[in-house]
Design a protein around this ligand. Structure first.
Ligand code: ATR
Length: 275
C-alpha cells in the first residue's frame, strides 16, 4: 500500500524543518505518511495546490509567503483560520471542499503552557509586532485568559488595527495598542513576533520591561540564542525560549487534524536540537 502524501509549500522551502518533523511523527505513531517539501512559483501557489490534491495529496502545510493566499483559496475556514487571516494547514473534507486551518496560535500556547510551564491566566502580556505572525497567535493567546495584552509595533497604526480586529474576543482583558515606548515596568510574558532579528535588529524597548521573573519568548528560532533573547538575557531575564517548540507543536496539531492522532512532541524537539 502506498503511503498517504503530505507536503509543506513555501518559497523558498529548502530550509524547512517540517519534512523532518513529520517523518519523526510518522515513525513514532506508525502512520503511513510520506511528507515532502514543495517550492511553489511565487506567481502560482493556487496551481501548485490544485496539482498536489489532483495527484492524490491528502494535506498541505503552508509557509512564507503563501499563508494569506492559502486562506483566500480555501472554500471553508475554521474559526481560528478565519480570524487569523492566514492559514498554515490545508486539507479536503469528506465532500472534497478545501478547508483551511491555522495551528500557529495553538502551537505557541501549547509550547508556552505545556512545555515551559507558563500559566498565562491573569498575566500581563507584551506582544511585539503587528504582522501576520502576531495576528495568527492573538486569538489563542486571548483565549488563555491573560489579564492584559499590549500589542506594541513600530508602525502603531498596524497594532491599532489588530486590537480593533480582536476587540470582540477581549472581554475581561485589558487590551491596547502602542509603539515600542510601552510602560517601562516588567511584564510577565514578552513575545517577540517581529521579524526585526532577520535583519539583526532589535525593537527599541526599555530594559525595564524585563524583570527577573519575566518569561521571554521569541517566535523565531536559531541554532544559537536569537538576537532578541540575547538582549533579554543581557537585561537580566532568566527564562528565554525560542520558537522551535512552537514549530513542533503547530506541526503536531496539523498531524492531529489530518491523522486523528497527536504525536508526542518532546522527543522530536530533542532530536531537532541535536540535528
Ligand atoms: P510576519 O508574517 O513575519 O509577521 P510581516 O507581516 O511582514 O511578517 O510583519 C513583520 C513585523 O515585524 C511587523 O510588525 C514589522 O513592523 P512594521 O509593522 O512597523 O513594519 C516588524 N518589523 C520588521 N522589521 C522590524 C525592525 N527592524 N524593527 C522593529 N520591527 C520590525
Amino acid at each position: 500500500m502506498n503511503n498517504d502524501l503530505y507536503a509543506v509549500v513555501g518559497n523558498p522551502i529548502s530550509h524547512s524543518k517540517s519534512p523532518r518533523i513529520h517523518s519523526l511523527f510518522a515513525r513514532q505513531t506508525g502512520e503511513l505518511v510520506e511528507y515532502t517539501a514543495i517550492q511553489a512559483p511565487l506567481d502560482d501557489f493556487a496551481g501548485t495546490v490544485r496539482n498536489f490534491f489532483a495527484r492524490g495529496g491528502q494535506g498541505l502545510n503552508v509557509t512564507v509567503p503563501f499563508k494569506e493566499q492559502a486562506w483566500s483559496l480555501a472554500e471553508r475556514r475554521t474559526p481560528e483560520a478565519e480570524k487569523a487571516g492566514a492559514a498554515n494547514t490545508l486539507y479536503r473534507d469528506g465532500e472534497g471542499l478545501l478547508i483551511a486551518d491555522n495551528t500557529d496560535g495553538k502551537g505557541l500556547v501549547t509550547d508556552l503552557t505545556r512545555n515551559h510551564n507558563v500559566n498565562l491566566l491573569g498575566k500581563r502580556l507584551l506582544l511585539l509586532g503587528a504582522g501576520g505572525a502576531v495576528r495568527g497567535v492573538l486569538g489563542p493567546l486571548m483565549a488563555s485568559g491573560p489579564a492584559a495584552i499590549t500589542v506594541a509595533n513600530r508602525t502603531v497604526s498596524k497594532a491599532q488595527v489588530l486590537v480593533e480586529l480582536f476587540r470582540d474576543e477581549a472581554a475581561g482583558v485589558a487590551f491596547e495598542a502602542c509603539g515600542f515606548a510601552v510602560p517601562a515596568e516588567p511584564f510577565d510574558v514578552i513575545i517577540n513576533g517581529t521579524s526585526a532579528s532577520l535583519q539583526g535588529d532589535l525593537p527599541p524597548l526599555s530594559p525595564n520591561v524585563i524583570g527577573a521573573d519575566t518569561v521571554v519568548y521569541d517566535m523565531m528560532y536559531s541554532l544559537t540564542t536569537t538576537t532578541f533573547n540575547q538582549w533579554a538575557l543581557d537585561q537580566g531575564a532568566h527564562r528565554v525560549y525560542d520558537g522551535l517548540g512552537m514549530l513542533v507543536e503547530q506541526a503536531a496539531e496539523a498531524f492531529r487534524i489530518w491523522r486523528g492522532i497527536r504525536p508526542q512532541t518532546s522527543a522530536v524537539m530533542d532530536e531537532l536540537r541535536n540535528d
